[in-house]
Design a protein around this ligand. Structure first.
Ligand code: UD1
Ligand code: CA
Length: 473
């Protein structure tokens, strides 16, 4: 057995994608939160590409920045100054591989569904065949828009005919070119210079290499499932491809022990990790680097971005959390809003219409109804009553509210930060806390109530007659 040859990959991504009708270059449109282009690039890396070059043109700067952010030095870019066709784009990409002498795999930036398995199968198939070029092919009931695969009487691939150059007989062919090729460098270097613009679109077609290969040992076609090969041309297809990717993600979780009540209505990005026996209801969105530990239940309509949720926690319907940590056994929602920097320890409760931001809450503490807890440091076993507000912002600076272990905050209290409520202290309902409260003290700051007997009835009578007099005028 000889070692397998090595390959570099060129991903063509210089086109605008006019049919997307967008300011954004087509390949930057997100699928499950990641730019479309990152999928074929990742597939090439996973398949073992030694080097990857993306050919950029339209929106070159945004595309390049996004690639660098995601892949760093693993991916290089090459500029195609003018979009003169896929053949020209491949030539630009190859020039960035100056000293490369192995095989080259070429694919298109909108091949979002392509798997590394398909790429590996193509390279192996090509290496095992005599010619200098291999390509995936596939068959659909309707191949409109795609380049058709023309074969000779022996079934050998002789040419790819673009839709716009097809005779009616050629247009009836259902086998088409998905745009995934493996080429020997020496052949590529020589053949790419022979392309002409002698076609309906006046472009340099990469696909013409197939006819050139026929004279140099032939092209090897590997038939593959069309479900992995459709690209993205407009926003209808964008949504369709995202559904396929979503289904792959959902199935992997389901097979690993996660229950999804309605997988088609659940959105889970690829970077999300989910433990065993987690139950996720319909309409949930899990995004970014969210991690869900075992036995968590996430009810209808919750949206979590970059969160960590501890074992056995429960998220009740329509709770939204970003950049937050939710401890084991915690109970959140319904309708809770955890903003960045929220850290809830085990067994905490955050109830309906409670908003937290940059707030740490110790074990077993609760804020069950209608509260704003911003820039707080809350100890263990603290009870925050309904309607409590941490007044953390004076228009210039943010200040911290500290509630020490076992403190009790009565309903409708305002804590004007910076302020500290000591251990076991008690804040009476309706108090505006402006001074620190010592441990175990009772703070109460509200006007004393007076009752005036009969005055309500007299007041009502007066208001009634005032109104009647006004109506007569
Ligand atoms: C191409 C193929 C066609 C195939 C189809 C599969 C050619 C000539 N035709 O057609 O056989 O069935 O894809 O989807 O290759 N690009 C550049 N620079 C350019 C032109 C294109 O980088 O100058 C990039 C685009 O960004 C895109 C890819 O190449 O990612 C394919 O270009 P596109 O114009 O979509 O080719 P199709 O006409 O669809
Ligand atoms: Ca296309």
């Amino acid at each position: 057995m000889t070692d397998k040859p090595e390959f570099a990959a060129i991903v063509l991504a210089a086109g605008q994608g006019t049919r997307m009708k967008s300011k954004l270059p087509k390949v930057m449109h997100p699928l499950l939160g990641q730019p479309m282009l990152s999928y074929p690039v990742q597939a090439a890396l996973d398949a073992g590409a030694k080097r990857v070059v993306c050919v950029v043109g339209h929106g070159a700067q945004v595309v390049t920045d996004s690639l660098h952010e995601r892949f760093g030095a693993q991916v290089a870019t090459a500029l195609q100054p003018e979009q003169r066709g896929t053949g020209d784009a491949a030539r630009c990409g190859y020039s960035a591989l100056a000293d490369w002498h192995g095989w080259v795999v070429i694919l298109y930036g909108d091949s979002a569904l392509l798997t590394s398995t398909a790429l590996r199968a193509l390279t192996e198939h090509t290496w095992a065949s005599p010619g200098p070029l291999g390509l995936l092919t596939t068959t659909s009931a309707d191949a409109t828009g795609y380049g058709r695969i023309l074969r000779d009487a022996q079934g050998k691939i002789v040419k790819i005919q673009e839709q716009k150059d097809c005779t009616p007989a050629e247009a009836a062919i259902r086998e088409w070119n998905p745009g995934v090729y493996a080429l020997r460098s020496d052949f590529f270097r020589e053949a790419i210079g022979k392309l002409t613009t002698n076609n309906a679109q006046g472009e340099l077609y990469l696909t013409d290499l197939v006819a050139l290969a026929a004279a140099a040992g032939g092209s090897a076609g590997l038939h593959w499932d069309e479900a992995e090969l459709h690209g993205v041309n407009d926003r209808v297809e964008l949504a369709q491809r995202e559904q396929v990717l979503q289904q792959r993600v959902a199935r992997a979780h389901q097979r690993a022990g996660v229950s999804l009540r309605d997988p088609a209505r659940t959105y889970i990005e690829p970077g999300v990790r989910i433990g065993q026996d987690v139950v996720i209801e319909a309409g949930v969105s899990l995004r970014g680097k969210t991690t869900i530990e075992a036995d968590v239940r996430i009810d209808v309509g919750c949206v979590l971005q970059d969160c960590r949720v501890g074992q056995g926690a429960r998220l009740l319907p329509y709770s939204v959390a970003t950049d937050s940590v939710i401890g084991a056994g915690a109970r959140i929602g319904p309708f809770a809003h955890l903003r960045p920097g929220t850290q809830l320890a085990a067994d905490t409760h955050i109830g309906n219409f409670v908003e937290t931001k940059q707030t740490v809450m110790g074990k077993g503490s609760k804020a069950n109804h209608l509260a704003y807890l911003g820039d707080g440091i809350i100890g263990e076993g603290v009870n925050v009553g309904a309607g409590t507000i941490f007044c953390n912002y004076d228009g210039f600076n943010k200040h911290t509210t500290v509630l020490q272990d076992g403190a009790f905050i009565g309903s409708d209290s305002q804590l004007v930060a910076p302020v500290t409520v000591g251990k076991g202290a008690y804040v009476g309902t309706g108090t505006t806390v402006t001074m620190d409260v010592p441990d175990d003290a009772l703070a109460i700051g509200r006007a004393r109530q007076v009752n005036k007997p009969g005055l309500a009835a007299r007041l009502r009578q007066k208001l009634k007659s005032d109104k009647e007099r006004a109506a007569k005028k």
